[in-house]
Design a protein around this ligand. Sequence first.
Ligand code: 5GP
Ligand code: MN
Length: 338
Amino acid sequence: MNLESIKAVKQLLSQPQKIVIVPHKNPDGDAIGSTLALWHYLTDRGQEAVVIAPNDYPKFLKWMPGNENILNFERENGQAKDKIAEATVVFTLDFNHLGRIGQMQSVLEDLTVPFVMIDHHQAPSDYAEIMYSDVSMSSTCEMVYNFIEFLGDVDKISLEIANCLYTGIMTDTGSFKFRSTTGRTHRIVADLIDKGAENTQIHHRVYDTNTPGRLHLLGCALKNMVILDQYRTAYITLSQEELDAHKYQKGDTEGFVNYGLTLEGIIFAVIFIENKEEGIVKISFRSIGDFSVNEFARAHFEGGGHNNAAGGKSDRSLKETALFFESLLVNYKEQLTA
Ligand code: 5GP
Ligand code: MN
């Protein structure tokens, strides 16, 4: 974050504001962790703040301190719209394009109040007056730690803030193993533990929450896996029928895509998940090394993200999407097998 932006934020927060904090649609651990951490920090400072999530999110994130105060834009639409109408500042966290917040987009686009973006995805758009955008960061939670540090308040990081930030750093780094995990990430995490973050409990609450349905769905996903050794690629499909048969709940497919990368020699893993209600196939892409799934998702599936983790969607049927995907790989053979 540059000095000018830090000054501008200090100036904003030197007066009482009505602050709306927004994570992306289908928020993950980093989105909920970072928005709640910022919410705790701002309310501890005496600001009036509210987190408004575009839609619901998995149960394994709902234990976080402050969760009961999050408004769900879909479910509590009237209340959420009132809060947005009153807002004097909007913070957007863990996304950088208003297209990532679903139906909230048109409501936020109409606002004239200052926006502050804190985000680590590529190619930010320009809706925010104050931007803290850094693609080298492991997580938005790491950036919120930095943000609090820029404001000279590291000593004000409470147990609640520490638990929220730990969660997002843990989930976005794949438990501290992705390439974006630096020495600085570990030093921040160490400080969060010193401040009381309940690291063992957090791993347990996020990762040890399987239902029999989810484990059986994982079995189905792994059975469906197609391995294309010649492209060092593996992909999974899950149809709506298969999801229904396993009583699918939001979050149940989280992490499935990573199994492809655990195969020796595979560097590109994809999962295609049919969503009949939205009429799309939602896609997650993961890679190991230099193959940019961000560019791949952007070029072919209206998506984006990071070099090694990205998402996108397709309007074709599940079968056609998979076939189309396979047809693209020949153009990437060199990159995939380099
Ligand atoms: P996931 O596969 O876990 O849903 O997402 C992986 C990464 O890609 C996340 O950082 C997420 O924000 C980003 N991402 C997922 N779906 C989309 C999408 O449709 N568009 C864009 N631009 N990014 C996405
Ligand atoms: Mn993130």
